[in-house]
Design a protein around this ligand. Structure first.
Ligand code: PBG
Length: 344
């Protein structure tokens, strides 16, 4: 029968194509690939976000972020030590606020002894040379899970900015090195810069979440800080529409004019085009946030054995470099730093 009849094999030694240019020559061996490599990820590119929670000697798994824990302050200091040993330049801190401390106004955000401020002090005391970034927004502290104050179902801009300024000040007083407003209110970068300067914090940097999109990829983060269940509605009146990119340039331009030292695009992988446009347009230190949902997708697929997690991690991180990012906020920071160290 036809099916069982072996087909004749084509001759392997075909006559060579008349090609002058053969791009594969530059890929023929690892040393040759290294020689022509255009973008290189280093540990200097990494910012490691940590979640902190009240208590002592506690590490609680976050189900939707396999491999990431909520840490009590003492444990956050242990991770800071790990960061210092791995030579990761900077940490980012996010609090899981107890339900009893959340209210409509996010009052706990301006408490100089809140979890974030306590963590900053504890970390900077032991590791003064490690950079610490603090997120400025009200969502970890509000009972409704929004980044701003609400009146009649509307997010108030200017009233929110006034609270964010106070939040930034308590963080700076605690020793925070980089203030990172993630709230997307209009005018907050300028207001925070002015207040920091007036209070003498001339060296405290601002990394603006300048182009931050209303994204489904923040889901696991909202689990991590405990705002997923309480969030009413969505954040589309302040975070950007994912269909837009010219608007991202206008947002970035404003934040630079208001005094941002560094700008950020967020999320990461679905917005590489925005990273490239921002870097090309402004030549600013440009950061990208590989957010919780991006992490979760890679970690979950790897956990199921569907993809090679380590390779997917490194491929996603170098993609940010290729797009023009100067640095990456990523939950993979310690694994990536370990891998880079072992490569020598
Ligand atoms: C708070 C904030 C969010 C993230 C960083 N800061 C969530 C949100 O805007 O809803 C998301 C980070 C992540 O998903 O890893 N404004």
């Amino acid at each position: 029968e036809m099916r069982d009849t072996p087909r004749p094999k084509p001759a392997l030694a075909a006559s060579p194509l008349d090609l002058t240019i053969r791009p594969r020559r530059n890929r023929k061996a690892e040393w040759a690939r290294r020689l022509v490599r255009e973008n290189v990820l280093t540990t200097d590119d990494l910012i490691w976000p940590l979640f902190v929670v009240d208590g002592h000697n506690q590490r609680t798994a976050i189900t939707s972020m396999p491999g990431v824990d909520r840490l009590s302050v003492d444990q956050a200091v242990r991770d800071a030590e790990r960061a210092a040993k791995l030579n990761i330049p900077c940490l980012a801190l996010f609090p899981y606020t107890e339900a009893s401390l959340r209210d409509e106004h996010g009052s706990e955000a301006v408490n100089p002894d809140n979890l974030v401020c306590k963590s900053v002090r504890a970390i900077k005391k032991e590791f003064p040379d490690l950079g610490v970034l603090c997120d400025v927004a009200l969502d970890p502290f509000t009972s409704h899970g929004h980044d701003g104050l609400i009146e009649d179902g509307r997010i108030l801009n200017d009233e929110t900015v006034a609270v964010l300024v106070r939040q930034a000040l308590v963080q700076a007083e605690a020793g925070c090195d980089i203030i990172a407003p993630s709230d997307m209110m209009d005018g907050r970068v300028g207001a925070i810069r002015e207040a920091l300067d007036a209070a003498g914090f001339l060296d405290v940097q601002i990394m603006a979440y300048a182009a931050k999109y209303a994204s489904a990829f923040y889901g696991p983060f909202r689990d991590a800080i405990g705002s997923a269940k309480t969030l009413t509605g969505d954040k589309r009146t302040y975070q950007m529409d994912s269909a837009n990119s010219d608007e991202a340039l206008r947002e970035v331009e404003l934040d630079i004019a208001e005094g941002a030292d560094m700008v950020m695009v967020k999320p990461g992988m679905p917005y590489l085009d925005i990273v490239r446009r921002v870097k090309d347009a402004f030549a600013m230190p440009t950061f990208v946030y590989q957010v919780s949902g991006e992490y979760a997708m890679i970690a979950a697929a790897a956990g199921n054995g569907w993809i090679d997690g380590e390779r997917a991690m490194m491929e996603s991180l170098v993609a940010f470099k290729r797009a023009g990012a100067d640095g990456i906020l990523t939950y993979f920071a310690p694994q990536a730093a370990e891998k880079l160290r072992n490569q020598g």
